[in-house]
Write a protein that binds this ligand. Structure first.
Ligand code: GRF
Length: 202
């Protein structure tokens, strides 16, 4: 299976996938990363891809006259690599109709909270501010909402009294990286069906 991974930041989830595939071998893992895309230049996630010798592309909203034009350009850039599965690993843009028309049902996102709680760009901060005693991460298929698609897997992380946002996010990411590696491998190796809100992995 061919994976395209989309990033916007440090790319540690991407790195976890790269390390797993390097350790296990693409054959045994069931997938290889064929390209990495981003919505901005100069991020560590792109540097990680370059260090791994992978093709990269950047699709910036401000380079396009409209949001729809950006969405179509992003879909084109991803499609050029003929992915079987697209993985959003800290990609911080909401894709639109064109992208979902082409990749819906094979576009996976990881979110650092237990959806449906705390969707959006500040899930860790929101859980902390709310006083949640446990939070975690969710790997789900992307649909036309924000963090609302069918859930594939979740991991629970305790919130500690001394936590600030970055400490809690780091602890969530330790669980999240393992969950993403495990889920992407299973989807790639076994195949899956989406039945309403349920995801069935063969
Ligand atoms: C991850 O926790 C992801 O869920 C969130 O941003 C973080 C990205 O981390 N959207 P990285 O770029 O993979 O290190």
């Amino acid at each position: 299976r061919r994976l395209v991974v989309l990033v916007s930041g440090s790319g540690t989830n991407l790195q976890a996938l790269l390390d797993e595939i390097a350790a296990t071998g693409a054959e045994a893992y069931g997938a290889e990363i064929v390209a990495v895309g981003a919505d901005r230049e100069g991020i560590e996630g792109l540097a990680r891809a370059e260090r791994a010798g992978l093709p990269t592309f950047v699709c910036r909203v401000k380079d396009h006259p409209t949001r729809e034009a950006w969405d179509a350009a992003l879909a084109e850039a991803v499609a050029a690599h003929e992915p079987d599965l697209v993985v959003s690993a800290g990609f911080m843009k909401i894709v639109g109709k064109e992208f979902l028309a082409r990749f819906g049902g094979r576009f996976v996102n990881t979110h650092p909270a237990l959806l449906p709680s705390f969707p959006g760009a500040h899930g860790v901060r929101d859980a902390l501010a709310y006083g949640a005693r446990v939070t975690g991460c969710t790997v789900h298929f992307v649909d036309d909402g924000v963090d609302t698609g069918p859930i594939i897997a979740q991991g629970v992380v305790e919130v500690r009294d001394e936590d600030d946002e970055s400490a809690l996010h780091e602890r969530i990411k330790e669980v999240e990286r393992r969950l993403l590696v495990e889920v992407v491998g299973r989807l790639a190796r076994n195949g899956y069906r989406i039945e309403g809100r349920k995801v069935v992995i063969q």
